[in-house]
Ligand binder design. Sequence first.
Ligand code: MN
Ligand code: MG
Length: 656
Amino acid sequence: MPNPALPMSRRSFLATGTAAVTLLHPFSARAQAGQAHLRIMETTDLHVHVFPYDYYADKPVDTVGLARTAAHIADIRAEATNSLLLDNGDFLQGNPMGDYIAYERGMKEGDMHPVITAMNAVGFDASTLGNHEFNYGLDFLLKSLDGADFPIVSANIARSEGSDPTKDATLIKPYVILDREVTDGAGETHPIRIGVIGFVPPQIMQWDARHLQGNVTTRDIVPTAAAYVPQMREEGADIIIALSHSGIGAAEPTDLLENASTALGTVDGIDAILTGHSHLVFPSPDYEGFAGVDLDKSTVHGTPAVMGGFWGSHLGVIDLMLERDGSEWRVVTHAVETRPISKRNEDRSVTALVESDRQVIDAAQDIHEATLEYIRRPVGKTAAPLYSYFALVADDPSVQIVSQAQEWYVAEMLKGTAYEGLPILSAAAPFKAGGRGGPEYYTDVPAGDVAIKNVADLYLYPNTVRAVKVTGAQVKDWLERSAGMFNQVEPGKADQVLLNPEFPSYNFDVIDGVTYQIDLSQPSKFGPKGEPLNAEAHRIVNLAYQGKPVTDDMEFVIATNNYRASGGGNFPGAGGDTIILEAPDTNRDVIVRYIVEQGTIDPKADANWSFKPLGGTSVLFDTGPAAEAYADKVQGLTIERAGDGEGGFARFRIDL
Ligand code: MN
Ligand code: MG
């Protein structure tokens, strides 16, 4: 405990102005003699976010950073009699600072990883491993952990398995028992033994197969916990805290359960569960109605639980009131809260709620500066310019690169699974394509060097990769849904308006890996929100895979993102029930990795889709004025300037 001698503040922790406060029994009352108030603080899913900085946008932000979370930690330490700070994993990967260390500077024997340096500066009592700790390989991971001043535990990853989990040769320590002292309500100190055990989703064997297969194995979280907890009690743990790098999911354990934190509540002997992995906040309305979850009490199967957001966005806090029972401690009551570092105002602006902790900033300042240099420096080259000015009217290089990276990644992920060998298609939409964003709101990366910060221009949202398994009929309807982007045109008529302004460009999925044409003379099968409009209509014609017509019963995998795969935009074949891969990586990270590994990318649009020719028909299309420079390079389209559109847009005429 950092401050065992401090008296408990009169102010207590009711007067903190928190976002989500759950007070089962108010701790405003002092602990009695023989009772001790223990505050357990959690950070989770830091993903190398030490500085309050968005390296993709190359600008400071108030929404992320351990430097900010550390201010809450300092406050709690100042006011609490007894406190403990734990991290729940996913600290080593997930922003350009992490990539800089992994891809550029490296981790040699004795090197410090900046997130570990920062965590040492804050002073953690223990941590566990998240799934992303394995992204750069075991050697990188173990060298990084070497620098930690605090124990790091994980119970369900083994070098070799024994007859039960407790007999495994685990990769790192499965648990620790921290010998601490707590001060009770009468000001007396007592020894306490706090057991801390950690868990990772067993899916790391699939997600990081190339690093892990043949080197380690994983076990399911709940049975591993059930095996170890009695042993920890046996060794004298008074209380046990589970660091569960796993979300709040199904109430009961099942094989290979990824989000096992609710089910973990069924294991006897665990006093508090720190959760994460889902990048959400618990308690919060996101978990309304979840089986096994009591949101008012912030418990899973009666065990106190918390999830402190991600990237340092919140500090999770579980307060336990402990009572001495003979020579042992037991939990008599609890409270849970999460303290945000920023708040979003009604006008969407953000207000910081805390200032950066100077010590944390200082600890990583040099690597922060090296990272800035790294994101502004080329990491690869593109042979073709990447722009989205014509992404809604022709196959387009800025969409093509996203598709290629997704396809590359999904093919790797499906190796060795039942889906290996199925044709992999890739769906991507132009996110920045004018519209309400205005005439400058386009992706525009010139040919030549590509810097990390350009990748944000190519992929705007922090989505994660998904793959779905669909039929040929669903591929066709997916494209019919996309083709709702366009107004129906009358053949033989000149200068008709092409785009439906109610249709956002992010719902215009282009599917790579098949070839097709869009017949604009036909009505759209679906409306702007995906609602069925004309059941019999079809605009998609000549749909082919490797030159052969796509039939309804063919099977395909489509690489896409979590938004689309789980029903975003209401696409046929993408209602959440067709998902075969929930990848842990963001599409943006996948694009960075693709560029770094390829060195030079050549994302020339392959013109796999076009409008069906309609002789004597023309349409008008508005795009950014900077499009002029590329108008003669558009594939499979006759296009000319046709004056100015409204609001600063340039107008073009397309002869169909
Ligand atoms: Mn994470
Ligand atoms: Mg293409």
